[in-house]
Design a protein around this ligand. Structure first.
Ligand SMILES: CC(C)(COP(=O)(O)OP(=O)(O)OC[C@H]1O[C@@H](n2cnc3c(N)ncnc32)[C@H](O)[C@@H]1OP(=O)(O)O)[C@@H](O)C(=O)NCCC(=O)NCCS
Length: 172
Protein backbone atom coordinates (compact mmCIF):
# COMPACT_ATOMS: atom_id res chain seq x y z
CA UNK A 1 0.00 0.00 0.00
CA UNK A 2 1.86 3.13 -1.26
CA UNK A 3 0.04 5.67 0.90
CA UNK A 4 0.97 6.01 4.53
CA UNK A 5 -1.94 5.54 6.85
CA UNK A 6 -1.54 6.58 10.49
CA UNK A 7 -3.82 5.16 13.19
CA UNK A 8 -4.96 7.06 16.28
CA UNK A 9 -6.95 5.96 19.34
CA UNK A 10 -7.97 8.88 21.52
CA UNK A 11 -10.44 9.94 24.23
CA UNK A 12 -12.94 12.59 23.06
CA UNK A 13 -11.16 15.42 24.93
CA UNK A 14 -7.87 14.44 23.26
CA UNK A 15 -9.42 14.37 19.76
CA UNK A 16 -8.98 17.55 17.65
CA UNK A 17 -12.39 19.15 16.88
CA UNK A 18 -11.73 19.14 13.12
CA UNK A 19 -11.07 15.38 13.32
CA UNK A 20 -14.44 14.91 15.09
CA UNK A 21 -16.05 16.98 12.30
CA UNK A 22 -14.41 14.82 9.65
CA UNK A 23 -15.50 11.64 11.45
CA UNK A 24 -19.12 12.88 11.49
CA UNK A 25 -18.92 13.69 7.75
CA UNK A 26 -17.40 10.31 6.84
CA UNK A 27 -19.97 8.37 8.89
CA UNK A 28 -22.90 10.47 7.64
CA UNK A 29 -21.81 9.81 4.02
CA UNK A 30 -21.56 6.04 4.63
CA UNK A 31 -24.67 3.87 4.24
CA UNK A 32 -25.58 1.43 6.94
CA UNK A 33 -24.76 3.60 9.98
CA UNK A 34 -27.32 5.36 12.23
CA UNK A 35 -26.27 8.98 12.95
CA UNK A 36 -28.73 10.30 15.55
CA UNK A 37 -26.99 12.06 18.47
CA UNK A 38 -23.68 11.24 16.74
CA UNK A 39 -21.71 14.31 17.83
CA UNK A 40 -23.06 14.07 21.38
CA UNK A 41 -22.19 10.36 21.57
CA UNK A 42 -18.68 11.01 20.17
CA UNK A 43 -18.08 13.79 22.71
CA UNK A 44 -18.93 11.31 25.52
CA UNK A 45 -17.36 8.18 23.94
CA UNK A 46 -15.01 5.75 25.72
CA UNK A 47 -12.50 5.64 22.84
CA UNK A 48 -12.41 6.95 19.27
CA UNK A 49 -10.33 5.23 16.58
CA UNK A 50 -9.44 6.79 13.24
CA UNK A 51 -7.10 6.37 10.29
CA UNK A 52 -5.47 9.41 8.70
CA UNK A 53 -4.11 9.77 5.18
CA UNK A 54 -2.51 13.16 4.34
CA UNK A 55 -4.35 14.91 7.20
CA UNK A 56 -7.71 13.46 6.15
CA UNK A 57 -9.76 10.94 8.13
CA UNK A 58 -10.23 7.92 5.80
CA UNK A 59 -11.47 5.36 8.36
CA UNK A 60 -13.05 5.34 11.80
CA UNK A 61 -14.83 3.36 14.53
CA UNK A 62 -15.77 4.21 18.12
CA UNK A 63 -16.39 2.45 21.43
CA UNK A 64 -19.23 4.51 22.88
CA UNK A 65 -21.56 4.46 25.88
CA UNK A 66 -24.95 3.49 24.41
CA UNK A 67 -28.06 5.36 25.49
CA UNK A 68 -29.91 3.45 28.22
CA UNK A 69 -33.14 3.75 26.22
CA UNK A 70 -31.50 1.94 23.28
CA UNK A 71 -30.02 -0.80 25.50
CA UNK A 72 -33.48 -1.34 27.02
CA UNK A 73 -35.03 -1.50 23.54
CA UNK A 74 -32.53 -4.16 22.42
CA UNK A 75 -33.26 -5.97 25.71
CA UNK A 76 -36.99 -5.98 25.04
CA UNK A 77 -36.49 -7.16 21.44
CA UNK A 78 -33.83 -9.83 22.09
CA UNK A 79 -34.08 -10.72 25.78
CA UNK A 80 -30.42 -9.77 26.25
CA UNK A 81 -29.19 -7.65 29.18
CA UNK A 82 -26.50 -5.42 27.66
CA UNK A 83 -26.24 -3.07 30.62
CA UNK A 84 -22.59 -2.21 31.30
CA UNK A 85 -21.59 -2.97 27.70
CA UNK A 86 -19.85 -0.47 25.40
CA UNK A 87 -21.26 -0.24 21.88
CA UNK A 88 -18.90 -0.30 18.91
CA UNK A 89 -20.32 1.93 16.23
CA UNK A 90 -19.82 4.75 13.72
CA UNK A 91 -17.65 2.33 11.72
CA UNK A 92 -16.88 3.64 8.25
CA UNK A 93 -14.06 3.74 5.71
CA UNK A 94 -13.83 6.14 2.76
CA UNK A 95 -14.92 4.20 -0.38
CA UNK A 96 -11.58 5.01 -2.08
CA UNK A 97 -9.71 3.26 0.76
CA UNK A 98 -11.93 0.21 1.32
CA UNK A 99 -10.94 -3.44 1.25
CA UNK A 100 -7.36 -2.72 2.27
CA UNK A 101 -7.60 -3.78 5.91
CA UNK A 102 -8.08 -0.27 7.33
CA UNK A 103 -11.47 -1.01 8.92
CA UNK A 104 -10.18 -4.14 10.62
CA UNK A 105 -7.03 -2.36 11.88
CA UNK A 106 -9.05 0.45 13.46
CA UNK A 107 -11.33 -2.07 15.20
CA UNK A 108 -8.40 -4.22 16.37
CA UNK A 109 -6.77 -1.08 17.80
CA UNK A 110 -9.92 -0.19 19.72
CA UNK A 111 -10.18 -3.73 21.13
CA UNK A 112 -6.51 -3.75 22.24
CA UNK A 113 -7.14 -0.53 24.18
CA UNK A 114 -10.46 -1.69 25.68
CA UNK A 115 -9.20 -4.71 27.59
CA UNK A 116 -11.74 -6.17 30.03
CA UNK A 117 -14.62 -4.18 28.53
CA UNK A 118 -17.86 -5.91 27.49
CA UNK A 119 -18.67 -4.82 23.93
CA UNK A 120 -21.57 -5.26 21.56
CA UNK A 121 -22.12 -4.21 17.98
CA UNK A 122 -25.31 -4.27 15.93
CA UNK A 123 -24.84 -5.17 12.26
CA UNK A 124 -27.34 -5.42 9.41
CA UNK A 125 -27.34 -9.17 8.66
CA UNK A 126 -27.21 -8.33 4.91
CA UNK A 127 -24.04 -6.24 5.21
CA UNK A 128 -21.19 -8.71 4.51
CA UNK A 129 -18.02 -6.73 5.34
CA UNK A 130 -18.80 -5.60 8.87
CA UNK A 131 -20.06 -9.18 9.49
CA UNK A 132 -16.70 -10.46 8.27
CA UNK A 133 -14.87 -7.98 10.50
CA UNK A 134 -16.94 -9.01 13.55
CA UNK A 135 -16.09 -12.63 12.85
CA UNK A 136 -12.41 -11.74 12.45
CA UNK A 137 -12.27 -10.22 15.93
CA UNK A 138 -14.17 -13.11 17.55
CA UNK A 139 -17.53 -11.41 18.13
CA UNK A 140 -20.39 -13.92 18.51
CA UNK A 141 -24.03 -13.53 17.40
CA UNK A 142 -26.10 -13.24 20.59
CA UNK A 143 -29.46 -12.05 19.22
CA UNK A 144 -31.38 -10.47 16.32
CA UNK A 145 -34.10 -7.85 15.96
CA UNK A 146 -35.72 -5.69 13.28
CA UNK A 147 -34.56 -2.07 13.05
CA UNK A 148 -37.71 0.13 13.15
CA UNK A 149 -36.03 2.84 11.08
CA UNK A 150 -34.87 0.65 8.17
CA UNK A 151 -36.96 -2.51 8.56
CA UNK A 152 -33.68 -4.43 8.22
CA UNK A 153 -32.71 -7.31 10.50
CA UNK A 154 -29.87 -6.43 12.89
CA UNK A 155 -27.64 -9.02 14.50
CA UNK A 156 -26.33 -8.26 18.01
CA UNK A 157 -22.72 -9.49 18.29
CA UNK A 158 -20.83 -9.54 21.59
CA UNK A 159 -17.32 -10.29 22.86
CA UNK A 160 -18.73 -11.97 26.01
CA UNK A 161 -21.99 -13.90 26.41
CA UNK A 162 -24.55 -11.40 27.78
CA UNK A 163 -27.01 -12.49 30.51
CA UNK A 164 -30.71 -12.63 29.72
CA UNK A 165 -32.69 -9.71 31.06
CA UNK A 166 -34.94 -10.32 34.08
CA UNK A 167 -38.09 -10.85 31.97
CA UNK A 168 -36.36 -13.69 30.16
CA UNK A 169 -34.52 -15.41 32.99
CA UNK A 170 -35.08 -19.18 32.95
CA UNK A 171 -36.93 -19.99 36.19
CA UNK A 172 -35.38 -23.34 37.37
C1 LIG B 1 -17.59 -1.96 6.66
C2 LIG B 1 -16.39 -1.16 6.25
C3 LIG B 1 -16.06 -0.17 7.38
C4 LIG B 1 -15.19 -2.11 6.06
O1 LIG B 1 -13.99 -1.34 5.98
P1 LIG B 1 -12.76 -1.84 5.07
O2 LIG B 1 -11.56 -1.09 5.48
O3 LIG B 1 -13.13 -1.87 3.64
O4 LIG B 1 -12.64 -3.37 5.61
P2 LIG B 1 -11.37 -4.31 5.53
O5 LIG B 1 -10.54 -3.97 4.36
O6 LIG B 1 -10.73 -4.33 6.89
O7 LIG B 1 -12.10 -5.68 5.22
C5 LIG B 1 -12.81 -6.38 6.19
C6 LIG B 1 -13.17 -7.74 5.59
O8 LIG B 1 -14.17 -7.56 4.58
C7 LIG B 1 -13.65 -7.99 3.31
N1 LIG B 1 -14.05 -6.96 2.34
C8 LIG B 1 -14.28 -5.65 2.59
N2 LIG B 1 -14.66 -5.03 1.46
C9 LIG B 1 -14.66 -5.98 0.49
C10 LIG B 1 -14.96 -5.98 -0.90
N3 LIG B 1 -15.37 -4.87 -1.49
N4 LIG B 1 -14.86 -7.14 -1.58
C11 LIG B 1 -14.46 -8.29 -0.97
N5 LIG B 1 -14.14 -8.36 0.34
C12 LIG B 1 -14.26 -7.22 1.04
C13 LIG B 1 -12.14 -8.04 3.44
O9 LIG B 1 -11.58 -9.03 2.60
C14 LIG B 1 -12.00 -8.41 4.92
O10 LIG B 1 -12.19 -9.77 5.07
P3 LIG B 1 -10.91 -10.70 5.42
O11 LIG B 1 -10.29 -10.09 6.67
O12 LIG B 1 -11.52 -12.05 5.64
O13 LIG B 1 -10.03 -10.60 4.22
C15 LIG B 1 -16.63 -0.41 4.91
O14 LIG B 1 -17.08 -1.36 3.96
C16 LIG B 1 -17.68 0.69 5.05
O15 LIG B 1 -17.35 1.83 5.40
N6 LIG B 1 -18.98 0.37 4.75
C17 LIG B 1 -20.08 1.37 4.84
C18 LIG B 1 -20.46 1.67 6.27
C19 LIG B 1 -20.83 0.41 7.05
O16 LIG B 1 -21.46 -0.51 6.56
N7 LIG B 1 -20.39 0.39 8.34
C20 LIG B 1 -20.62 -0.72 9.24
C21 LIG B 1 -21.92 -0.63 9.90
S1 LIG B 1 -22.11 -1.93 11.10
Amino acid sequence: MPETIRYYFTRPDETPPDVLDQICDLVAKSDGVGTSWMRENLDKAFLIGYAIHEDRVVGTSTHKFPKEKYVKKIGTETGLDLSGFLERGYTAVDPAFRNRGIGLKVIQGLIERSKGKKIYVTIDTNNPWPLRMAQRVGMVLAGRFINDRTGHELGVFTNVTPPLNSQNEIIP
